[in-house]
Design a protein around this ligand. Structure first.
Ligand code: TYD
Length: 214
């Protein structure tokens, strides 16, 4: 079972991913929790490059190829081996982040990005992709509070510093892309409490498990 979580900054992916992990483990599954960029050993180095505000002069294409390189390595060294062992994989961001951030966000062609993703993922697509949807104003406020608390604004602030218009494009891009990929996307309203959001996620996983669809 391969589940990915997507959404704008501050939508609560990390909290929900931890809860999903606990839930699946309570059903007896072995769960690999991972993330992009940075889910493999090589990827950790790529993540540091991608999220370093000092690299703000990176070109759109360079950024794209680094995300794709990270994904290709992640699939072959972490995700595929875990799925082959029969384990569940939970991934915080995946190929859809590239279509949305580099495509709808930065203006590269979403169709081309989907094709490049297809090469990078080597036919491994998620069974379910949860899109945690909320207004960018709320997401940014949550992300800034979190960064301040974790004191990581010095190293991981590049995307959060982008303007509201960019994040609005990202949110709309996600909704458009989700509508084009209804077979695997589940849009969850993430404006409410963490409990409400998790209840909606759990309900869907439960339904899929009952129906033997994952
Ligand atoms: P991260 O600190 O993991 O943010 P979040 O907690 O919001 O997931 O930073 C990941 C950033 O990288 C995020 O702003 C989205 C961006 N990104 C892309 O632009 N393209 C991609 O393909 C991926 C995987 C992430």
């Amino acid at each position: 079972m391969f589940i990915t979580l997507e959404g704008i900054e501050g939508c609560g992916k990390s909290t929900q991913i931890r809860r999903i992990k606990t839930f699946l483990e309570s059903k007896g599954m072995t769960v690999v929790q991972t993330l992009e960029p940075g889910g493999s050993a090589l990827g950790a180095t790529l993540r540091a490059i991608l999220l370093n505000p000092k690299n703000s002069d990176i070109t759109g294409l360079t950024e794209l190829f680094l995300y794709l390189a990270d994904r290709s390595q992640h699939i072959s060294s972490v995700i595929k081996p875990a799925l082959d062992r029969g384990e569940a994989v939970l991934c915080d961001r995946f190929a859809d982040s590239t279509v949305v951030y580099q495509g709808y966000g930065r203006g590269l062609d979403p169709k081309l990005l989907h094709q490049l993703n297809s090469v990078a993922v080597n036919s491994i697509w998620p069974d379910i992709t949860f899109l945690l949807d909320l207004e960018p104003e709320i997401g940014l406020k949550r992300a800034l509070t979190r960064n301040f608390q974790e004191n990581k604004h010095a190293t991981e602030g590049r995307f959060e510093a982008e303007n509201l218009a960019f994040h609005t494009r990202i949110r709309e891009g996600y909704l458009t892309w989700a509508a084009l990929n209804r077979d695997r996307f589940v849009v969850i309203d993430a404006t409410g409490s963490r409990e409400d959001t998790f209840a909606a996620i759990k309900k869907h996983i439960h339904f899929k498990l009952q129906a033997n669809k994952i």
